[in-house]
Design a protein. Sequence first.
Length: 260
Amino acid sequence: MGMTTNIVTERDAGVLMITLNRVNKKNALNQAMYQALAETLNAAADNQAVRVVLITGVEDCFCSGNDLADFANFMAEPEKLAGSENPTLAFMLALEKCPKPVVAAVSGPAVGIGTTMLLHCDLVYCAENTAFSLPFVNLGLRPEYASSYLLPRLAGHARAAEWILLGEPFGAEAAYQAGLVNGVVDDPLLKAREVCHKLAAQAPIAVREAKALLKLSGRKAVSDTLNTELQSFVASLSSPEFGEAVTAFFEKRPADFSKI
């Protein structure tokens, strides 16, 4: 078992389990965590002993999104977010390009990137208590991680618009109906482990090639959308809207966009 910052890794036969472990911040991701995730995923991609990756959270919380305090640091130099060395982008690309199957076990809050990263996993199992949300517009930001391309294709435009334009939270059943998750189960981690061990026993090259083929037709669109969203996201970090949202967050009050 290894631990880097707030990321715990554990290998069981061919299954590499990555646990988000920042309980005091409800698994909000900061730059150090993104960096550790990127390095872990890239190492798994190159390690023949790893057949499948499992991502989960701890303490009934999957991920409460970006650490806003950490993220507000980009307000001074927003262009840094789009730099190839940026840990957030490094994580996004490492997961999106991971050649091996990635399974997620989700319970509790799955906010922002806690939801959008699931679009780049191959199989996702969640608990009844999972609460998904995409509050980008609510923060004066843009959708990220190709979610503006992938979500309408999964859920249809109308449902995607509810989730992205209104930022309305949704539960496990809605996520299942939309095809965002494979199943709503009592013990997502137990189910995900079972599935991972099945995948690890499959012919490894066939699994990797089949995953590549499944992703093939959407690969360019995902890449193009991710980059277009990123430029828009970077611009939004210096907007008065995001400034108001951050101020309101730290002042523990609702954001007021009426004067913008």
